[in-house]
Design a protein around this ligand. Structure first.
Ligand code: S3P
Length: 744
């Protein structure tokens, strides 16, 4: 509970209407000491008497006049349809300095009532709506904790009194709520969908069943599902009758939407159309399971900005065991993309259940693709064919994933419908001109925000034409984007890369039966073909294995085996570089699975030495540099990295953020525009490292702890879940002394 403030926020608060919400708010304000006096009034005299008896208010007033006069805050907590007459009543007793707010579920009607009574919307009237309640009503149900951890929406106007707004916000926060502000119209749309419609359906369903002849039996046999679904049908009829009549237009819109969708399900059942039922149910199941996450982002991927995870690492330790790290992120994205566009059913094993690849999966569900799973890495995708995607209802939210956004840009540029791609704070800063520009050259219409940043607004219905593109930067994302657009373009689309980059798109397209012509540095596709479903076994991600390769190399006495690691030659830069530094890595059981080389890796500790990292290895180890910098710190002698300016536009500026993190634990480095110089052999001390929300930075400093001399605390680690769910457990299991605070 919050401490009781010394000077209350308000001298005297009048609560008009002592029902569930009014009573709960009055008692919360009293308990938190947010007002000198809380006075309550209600036309129901027995409620009023109970108000004092239950300690909900300090005083009661018999008339509205007695309550309002002298109050610096007046809270209207009456049924929505009573608002206008209560406003008429209080108007003569309100002073210009009194703040007036309400708690009603519809905001347009409140503002309309205010305008009708006052002739305008005065600056000191700030509408509010706590998203909290209960099917119980009346003051007996009042509960001072009702608003704790709930949201309260305030809908000020452009000319609202800012000081009043800030004090009202503090009042609600003092009651434990989180305060959001939005426009009146938006509030009513959102509430119509999330609250009003479900209540309507619950009332209607119970009423329908109660009217059936066998209603006794129906209710007798009604099990948990019925109870769960219809709990809110016991809500106060007067209040809800008011809400529906007051929010008529928004509610009608959402009812129409719902009846249209319900009708589609009816048709599907009538026609024995199992595919439609599967599509809708699996999309809904996924959405419901990730409900709380959906509240913070737009799809079920997490908006990690809201989660605070800190890693705490005790120094020292050795690494041992036999482990398999999660599936390859790049291949997981592509397996969903190509599976969705294929004809037939694609089954995927080893799919990475990290937030990035889940964002891709959800985006396809949003475009009408039925996807079962993921369950323990197994996913079944019911492909819709190359032209079978449907327009999503809203923006596709891609979380932290640059790969998803860039590959989707190519794929969506050629669709018949418009789409919008959004992401989290980190993704929103990343350059998208590198894909938008060549796509425009193919005939796409794409709007970006300033500086070529997300969101991307893609205008559908454009006929694309193949181009030849010489990529200025070595980027597999740009190459893949253009090849995906090329599937839909007239003629041939070819991309030449300045240095080899990961070729999973080319390999997987071939696996789906789509011919990719490869000639040295150039890959090309001819548009107009189709993809045939196939099964995919995603190997363990070498980028995740990299943390353990370095960990076992630098921690004395280590011996670790990593199973089923993807060994695509365009990805093995980390092994090449570590071996050049003297690492002891054995490659065992080399095999090929589904067109991708795979092996087991045994790594034992070794005395590493500093090297000049060959520039041709940079694109082949592009994601592994953060942890390679830790290896360099533990090596003897100097390591120099050049030609890696791309690191500055990853999930963070990985050159600067790593240099800052190393400095925080006492390691000096020299940062250059395109790389870094690290003199090995320096002592890694304890300290606090800010990972800047970058998953690979966070995990790199977890590895550094093995050779540290003090405790390392790494902040902002929630995004580790984008690529490596279960990292903390696996790291602990192999010998890193890690604990995590906050939810990973
Ligand atoms: C990826 C390509 C790389 C890499 C990213 C995944 C891919 O980015 O850093 O993590 O799956 O295509 P660039 O191609 O932009 O270098």
């Amino acid at each position: 509970m919050n401490d009781v403030p010394e000077t209350p926020l308000f001298q005297r608060v009048a609560v008009i209407g002592l029902g569930l919400i009014g009573g709960s708010l009055a008692s919360a304000i009293r308990r938190q000491g947010l007002a000198g006096t809380v006075v309550g009034t209600d036309t129901r005299h027995d409620e009023l008497a109970l108000g004092v008896e239950l300690g909900v208010v300090d005083e009661v007033a018999d008339t509205v006049r007695d309550a309002v006069a002298g109050s610096d805050l007046v809270i209207l907590a009456v049924p929505v349809r009573a608002t206008r007459s209560v406003l008429e009543e209080i108007k003569p007793w309100l002073s210009g300095n009194t703040l007036l707010t309400d708690v009603g579920s519809t905001k347009s009607s409140f503002v309309a009532d205010v305008e009708a009574v006052f002739g305008k919307w005065p600056a000191n009237v700030i509408p509010g709506h706590p998203i909290a309640g209960s099917e119980k009503s009346g003051i007996r149900a009042a509960n001072p904790d009702l608003f704790a951890n709930h949201k309260v929406i305030l809908t000020p106007s452009g000319h609202s009194d800012q000081d009043g707004l800030s004090r009202l916000r503090q009042l609600w926060e003092g009651c434990g709520a989180t305060v959001l502000t939005m426009s009146v119209a938006y509030h009513d749309e959102v509430l119509a969908a999330t609250s009003h419609l479900p209540h309507l359906i619950a009332f209607s369903l119970v009423d329908t069943l109660a009217g059936e002849d066998e209603n006794m039996d129906i209710f007798r046999y009604a099990a948990g599902g019925f109870r769960d679904f219809t709990r809110i049908a016991a809500s106060d009829p007067v209040m809800w009758h008011d809400i529906f009549l007051s929010n008529r237009d928004a509610v009608l819109r959402v009812i129409d939407h719902f009846t249209h969708d319900l009708d589609q399900l009816r048709t599907a059942i009538a026609n024995q159309d199992g595919a439609t039922l599967m599509r809708v149910f699996s999309r809904a199941k996924a959405a419901r399971e990730h409900f709380s996450k959906m509240l913070s982002g737009q799809a079920y991927v997490t908006n990690n900005a809201e989660k605070q995870v800190t890693f705490r690492l005790q120094p020292g330790g050795a690494i041992s065991g036999d482990i398999r790290v999660p599936g390859d992120k790049s291949m997981s994205h592509r397996s969903i993309m190509l599976g969705a566009l294929a004809d037939g059913i694609t089954e995927v094993q080893g799919f990475l259940e990290g937030e990035d690849s889940l964002a891709t999966l959800q985006a396809f569900r949003d475009m009408g693709v039925t996807i079962e799973g993921p369950e323990n890495g197994f996913v079944r995708i019911h492909g819709v064919g190359i032209n079978g995607l449907q327009a999503p209802r809203g923006p596709l939210y891609l979380g932290n994933s640059g790969t998803a956004m860039r590959l989707f840009a190519g794929l969506l540029a050629a669709q018949s419908f418009d789409s919008e791609l959004t992401g989290d704070a980190s993704l929103s800063k990343r350059p998208m001109g590198r894909v938008a520009d060549p796509l425009r050259a193919m005939g796409a219409r794409i709007d970006t925000a300033e500086g070529g940043r997300p969101p991307l607004k893609i205008h559908g219905g454009q006929q694309l034409t193949g181009i030849h593109y010489e990529m200025p930067v070595a980027s597999a994302q740009v190459k893949s984007c253009l090849l995906l657009a090329g599937l839909y373009a007239g003629g041939s689309t070819s991309v030449t890369e300045p240095a080899p980059t990961r070729d999973h798109t080319e390999r997987m397209l071939a696996g789906f039966g789509y011919h990719v012509h490869r000639d040295a540095a150039t890959s090309s596709v001819v548009g107009g073909g189709s993809l045939t479903a196939t099964n995919i076994d995603v190997p363990a991600d070498i980028s995740s294995a990299a943390f353990f390769l370095v960990a076992a190399s630098i921690a004395p006495g280590s011996d670790l085996t990593l199973r089923h690691v993807g060994m695509n030659p365009t990805r093995v830069g980390v092994i090449n570089i570590l071996r050049l530094m003297g690492a002891n890595i054995e490659v065992l059981n080399e095999r090929e699975i589904g067109g991708e080389p795979v092996a087991d890796l045994r790594v034992r500790s070794a005395e590493l030495k500093g090297i000049d990292i060959p520039e041709d290895q940079v694109p082949l180890a592009i994601d592994e540099f953060p942890v390679l910098f830790i290896a360099a710190t533990c090596a003897e002698g100097r390591t120099v990295l050049r030609g890696a300016e791309e690191l500055r536009v990853k999930e963070s500026d990985r050159i600067q953020v790593m240099a800052d993190g190393l400095a925080a634990v006492g390691v000096e480095t020299t940062v250059t525009p395109d790389g870094i110089i690290i003199d090995g052999g320096q002592t890694i001390g304890g300290g606090k490292v800010d990972s800047h929300g970058d998953h690979r930075i966070a995990m790199s400093f977890a590895v550094a702890s093995l050779r540290a001399e003090g405790e390392i605390e790494v902040t902002d680690c929630a995004n580790v879940a984008t690529s490596f769910p279960g990292f903390v457990e696996l790291a602990r299991q192999t010998g890193i002394n890690i604990s995590s605070e906050g939810a990973e």
